[in-house]
Design a protein around this ligand. Structure first.
Ligand SMILES: *[C@@H]1O[C@H](CO)[C@@H](O)[C@H](O)[C@H]1NC(C)=O
Ligand SMILES: *[C@@H]1O[C@H](CO)[C@@H](O)[C@H](O)[C@H]1NC(C)=O
Ligand SMILES: *[C@@H]1O[C@H](CO)[C@@H](O)[C@H](O)[C@H]1NC(C)=O
Ligand SMILES: *[C@@H]1O[C@H](CO)[C@@H](O)[C@H](O)[C@H]1NC(C)=O
Ligand SMILES: CC(=O)N[C@H]1CO[C@H](CO)[C@@H](O)[C@@H]1O
Length: 483
């Protein structure tokens, strides 16, 4: 195991990410002060995945008399629950984005972006905002034939949402392919472009209330299934004694795409699958695991699913799953996958041999585009391991740092067979997560006294010894009746 030193510096900046999840208390009729102006803005809407990814690149000017550091991003009330994440970045790195407290009375909620340094009066800077919005692409028509093409529809505004006046802006749309049968044509003649890119704009001087702004609706072909994990549980168990780390994931999957108009025909499915045409059904999922993964398995309610393939070598590890039936729109499938790894690839130890840092992917999941309604990640540490007690003076002693804001977190003792104390475990829950969060790292620090390693064999040894002594004693007792 390599030394802890290289990782020490990693821990401090990560802890600052916690502030991401915090809420702001804003007055009910809050209106951001008009201290900025967007002099130029480019909005890109990417609808190539089962969720919408919006990137806004802009030049902002400080039009006030003082330096300014707080930039507000408005989100309409009906959409705030559908925002998976919002990230802000400047020329000099990430900015911290705080979400506004949800106020059911107010029509607009705000994210507050804190610039890394106040922008002096009269100066301008570049700002990038990225957000993902889930469950906003709907199949139109909702019912299709088994071999029909699937179309999804998106509705949004002609203008980018902003709390400030925007001098100049345009919106580019990225479609999965060039099949776009329906799109809103505005009086100005918009959109322009062809193929898989369309452009609305440029537009001059738009105020924050977007007076005169039109809704645009786009309907486009989507040749892949709309995969949604309604729930996912990921269980990570660390064993120092076995030198092993075991991963197990349980999925409740559904397809939010167009539903079948008629009953499913297996004969038709079998005859067309021969040509491997694009389909709106989920017929395969591929997991790219960390190289070195071993003993992978795939089971569902019935048992082992033999139609899985696992390839693992030093450079890559792929697990290909074929559900027992193609999962069409509105159908569900639940399954479990699991695999093992050599623990030493994920663990670092301090010089004294008692402090450990575990670094694992927070989420792995299929390589295919997916969204998750709810995820639960459980890390079970070896028996005798404890999480550090946080003190003011030892801020770098982070217990664990999830890469995304959590919905809830909990520490508890997990009991398994042959455990005397129970194992320290962490349970983290997150909601509305998109696949872009795959492979981000989860870091857990814990103390594990060397003595603890011998607890299990000691328990087993004492157990066996007691049994042996007992049977020896029993054999010595004279059970004969009379002499
Ligand atoms: C937000 O998500 C819900 C499901 O969680 C969906 O019913 C609703 O249509 C979505 N709203 C928008 C505006 O995308
Ligand atoms: C979409 O376009 C097709 C032809 O491209 C047309 O037949 C259909 O009526 C349009 N649908 C809507 C809702 O505009
Ligand atoms: C499932 O498959 C694995 C190997 O792929 C095998 O070791 C195991 O015994 C099987 N389990 C059942 C219940 O068939
Ligand atoms: C799929 O699961 C959802 C709950 O997650 C349930 O409401 C729905 O009825 C299920 N659909 C089918 C076809 O079983
Ligand atoms: C008060 C002040 O200096 N405002 C300036 C802020 O920045 C914009 C754009 O650079 C200027 O036009 C304003 O005069």
């Amino acid at each position: 195991m390599r030394s802890l030193q290289n990782w020490g510096t990693l821990l401090l900046p990560l802890s600052s990410l916690f502030s991401l999840a915090s809420c702001l208390d804003l007055p009910k009729d809050f209106v951001p002060p008009q201290v900025f102006k967007n002099s130029n803005l480019l909005r890109t809407i990417d609808i190539t995945k089962p969720y919408v990814r919006e990137t806004v690149a802009m030049v902002i000017d400080n039009i006030s008399k003082e330096p300014q550091a707080e930039y507000y991003v408005p989100i309409p009330k009906g959409i705030i629950e559908n925002i998976s994440y919002l990230e802000a970045r400047g020329e000099d790195g990430p900015h911290v984005a705080n979400t506004a407290v949800f106020d059911s009375e107010s029509e607009t909620q705000y994210y507050k972006v804190l610039l890394s340094a106040p922008l002096p009066a009269g100066k301008s800077t570049k700002l990038w905002i990225t957000l993902a919005q889930t469950d906003c692409l709907i199949p139109v028509p909702t019912l299709i034939g088994q071999t029909d093409k699937q179309f999804l529809q998106w509705t949004g505004s002609q203008y980018a949402a902003s709390a400030y006046v925007t001098e100049k802006q345009k919106t580019k749309i990225k479609f999965p392919n060039s099949e776009v049968p329906n799109y809103t044509i505005l009086e100005s003649g918009d959109p322009t472009g062809a193929g898989s890119w369309y452009t609305y704009g440029p537009y001059k001087t738009v105020s924050p209330d977007q007076k005169g702004g039109k809704a645009i609706t786009l309907r486009f072909e989507y040749t892949s299934p709309v995969i949604k994990m309604t729930k996912m549980e990921r269980h990570i168990e660390v064993s120092h004694w076995g030198g092993n780390i075991a991963f197990e994931e349980r999925y409740w999957m559904t397809n939010l795409g167009a539903k079948l108009k008629d009953t499913f025909s297996r004969v038709q499915w079998a005859s067309t699958s021969y040509y491997n045409p694009p389909t709106s059904a989920i017929k395969q999922l591929t997991f790219s695991l960390t190289p070195g993964a071993q003993d992978a398995y795939f089971t569902d309610e019935i048992g082992n699913v033999s139609t899985s393939r696992f390839r693992s070598n030093i450079r890559e590890a792929h697990l290909e799953l074929k559900p027992r039936y193609p999962v069409f729109g509105g159908w569900n499938y639940s399954f479990v996958v699991g695999w093992n790894h050599d623990l030493k690839n994920f663990l670092r130890v301090s010089q004294d041999g008692e402090r450990y840092v575990l670094k694992v992917p927070f989420l792995e999941g299929p390589r295919d585009s997916v969204t998750y309604d709810e995820i639960e990640i459980i890390v079970v540490l070896p028996e005798g391991a404890t999480l550090p007690i946080l003190t003011e003076s030892a801020l770098s002693d982070v217990k664990y740092s999830p890469p995304i804001p959590l919905f809830s977190e909990e520490e508890y003792l997990h009991h398994t067979f042959m455990d005397t104390l129970g194992r320290t475990s962490i349970k983290m829950k997150a909601v509305n997560v998109v696949d872009e969060q795959h492979k981000k790292e989860l870091i857990v620090t814990y103390r594990y006294p060397t003595m603890a390693l011998y607890r299990k064999p000691f328990v087993i040894f004492t157990g066996v010894l007691t049994l042996f002594t007992f049977s020896w004693l029993v054999s010595k007792i004279d059970l004969r009746i009379g002499k």
